[in-house]
Design a protein around this ligand. Structure first.
Ligand SMILES: NC(=O)c1ccc[n+]([C@@H]2O[C@H](COP(=O)([O-])OP(=O)(O)OC[C@H]3O[C@@H](n4cnc5c(N)ncnc54)[C@H](OP(=O)(O)O)[C@@H]3O)[C@@H](O)[C@H]2O)c1
Length: 275
């Protein structure tokens, strides 16, 4: 995907800037001339050092200490920004660590954005907030109108998807109440080159086939997208005034058998499962 820059010279905030997807968003924003305020929980943590090495970072990137549960810290980071990319979220299946921070964080970001009159908030939700619904007919094409079923997520203890649904819904409600222009990206499983030095959860999906910890693969399909494309989608949505609602980012659907074949072609020296 190629995106023409239409809005360089602006200041934007990226929450959870040191994370996998957010690092790609920060990289592209800097390349396009934006000034970026990236929130991290600890600016001195070496795991965020890669951000300072990105092109343009020395001149136009500031790291702000902020936590999703701390409204004031987010407000300070968002202060003076034209737009916000709200990407930070817990990535866990523990209900206590997942649900409240995700929901409270989404609400805090929208309220702070409203108070600062930002032009637009782009929220990173997930396909997990979209497709988990066993009652949906197999003939129905999953699109942006679909929502995961909360009862199903709860009954199957899928607290990550549950948290992404309630956080996205809370963001929509708060945006409506406060008059904030919110647009949402719902990516499928995201892969690609890691800009950060730590391993994120979606990368483990592949790593388990390379380390030998997965001896077999599941007989199922998944949708995948490259981190570069997800980052560019966020920026395209921010820069396109007519963009609205939700945008699924799920360009490739592969069976696990195809995934391991691709891995074998690229890395034949690793213990990749054959069945
Ligand atoms: N990766 C995927 O396949 C995928 C697919 C669909 C949607 N998403 C969504 O994309 C976003 C980023 O995912 P990712 O894969 O890039 O994950 P990641 O690398 O784990 O990044 C998550 C970021 O959120 C921050 N964070 C977590 N809890 C926080 C809190 N209480 N306060 C402030 N920051 C907090 C983390 O900061 P610390 O470094 O301080 O922990 C980290 O920077 C998430 O919203 C996720 O749900 C990801």
């Amino acid at each position: 995907m190629h995106v023409e820059s239409v809005a360089s010279g602006q200041t934007v905030c990226v929450t959870g800037a040191g994370g996998f997807i957010a690092s790609w968003i920060v990289k592209h924003l800097l390349e396009r001339g934006y000034t970026v305020k990236g929130t991290v929980r600890n600016p001195d943590d070496p795991k965020n050092a890669h951000l300072k090495e990105l092109g343009g970072a020395k001149e136009r990137l500031t790291l702000c200490r902020a936590d999703l549960l701390d409204f004031q810290s987010l407000k300070e980071a968002i202060n003076g920004c034209d737009g916000v990319f709200h990407t930070a979220s817990p990535m866990t299946n523990d209900p206590e660590q997942m649900v409240e921070p995700a929901v409270k964080g989404a609400k805090n970001v929208i309220i702070a954005a409203a108070e600062d009159k930002v032009r637009r908030v782009v929220l990173t939700s997930s396909i997990g907030a979209v497709y988990m619904d066993p009652k949906r007919s197999r003939d129905v094409v999953v699109d942006e109108s679909c929502w995961s079923d909360l009862e199903f997520c709860k009954n199957t203890k899928n607290w990550y998807c549950y948290g992404k649904v309630v956080a996205e819904k809370a963001a929509w409600e708060m945006a409506k109440e406060k008059g904030v222009d919110l647009v949402v990206v719902n990516p499928s499983l995201v892969f690609g080159h890691l800009l950060q030095p730590t391993i994120n959860i979606s990368t483990l999906h592949i790593l388990k086939y390379l380390t030998g910890s997965a001896k077999t693969y599941a007989n199922s399909v998944h949708a995948y997208v490259h981190a570069n494309d997800v980052a560019l989608a966020h920026i395209l949505i921010y820069e396109t005034p007519s963009a609205s609602g939700r945008y699924l980012c799920a360009p490739h659907v592969l069976h696990r058998g195809e995934v391991v074949q691709i891995l074998y072609r690229l890395f034949p020296q690793y213990p990749i499962p054959t069945k």
